[in-house]
Design a binder for this molecule. Structure first.
Ligand code: GSH
Length: 206
């Protein structure tokens, strides 16, 4: 399998952590996409992913899969190791719900702030900015962090007592928030403790 991405960008990070959790990093061939020069907006790349976003997974039969949640679902069911997406119908539903919440309430909100209310990726790429909307999204992200803190006061991980893809999404949201200079409020102690704990996982360090 090939993965088109940019190392260290927040969404590609999600897929790399999932592969590392499954001990499967060596099964992927990574192909660098020159995002800063707009390669992800060329007709050739848009054929792989019409939204023009990375990462994209290419299977050996030529199928392209985009959206991190879909890519990670494929990885989870393809490789051995503890489940990242839930073991039974109820657990799967809760993981999907929390994963989506961490996406919309944290990661995507931080991304919208970064792209709309800061210089983002620079003037050549940020051609449609709406700073007021970006600032609103920052407030949404702060509410999302507060929600995550409340959840983590009650349980070890975002979707229960087991590490899951929802934790990977929240971690990517925090990485992106730090990059965009959004500070985690001091009082969110459960979130900070969770961050310290998950950062120790070998997959997060690899
Ligand atoms: N919902 C998408 C988000 C992907 C995404 O936004 N990727 C960013 C990199 S972290 C990107 O391609 N940005 C290019 C741009 O903003 O022009 C997913 O889950 O894969």
């Amino acid at each position: 399998m090939k993965i088109y991405d940019v190392p260290n960008f927040p969404n590609p990070l999600r897929v790399r952590i999932a592969l590392a959790e499954k001990g499967a990093l060596s099964h992927a061939q990574f192909v660098d996409v020159d995002v800063m020069n707009g390669e992800h907006r060329t007709p050739d790349f848009l054929e792989k992913n019409p939204t023009g976003a990375i990462p994209v997974l290419e299977l050996d039969d030529g199928t392209y899969i985009s959206e991190c949640s879909a890519i990670i679902e494929y990885i989870d069911h393809t490789f051995d190791g503890p489940s990242l997406t839930g073991d039974d119908p109820k657990h799967r539903a809760i993981v999907t719900m929390q994963q989506r919440r961490m996406e919309s309430m944290v990661l995507d909100a931080v991304a919208a702030y970064f792209h709309h209310a800061t210089d983002g990726l620079g003037p050549a790429l940020e051609t449609n900015q709406n700073p007021a909307w970006g600032e609103q999204q920052k407030q949404l992200a702060l509410k999302g962090l507060d929600y995550a803190n409340q959840v983590l006061a009650q349980q070890a991980y975002i979707a229960g007592e087991q590490f899951s893809v929802a934790d990977i999404t929240l971690h990517a949201g925090l990485v992106f928030a730090a990059f965009a200079n959004i500070e985690i409020p001091q009082q969110l102690t459960h979130l900070k403790a969770w961050q310290d704990k998950v950062s120790q996982r070998p997959s997060f360090q690899s």
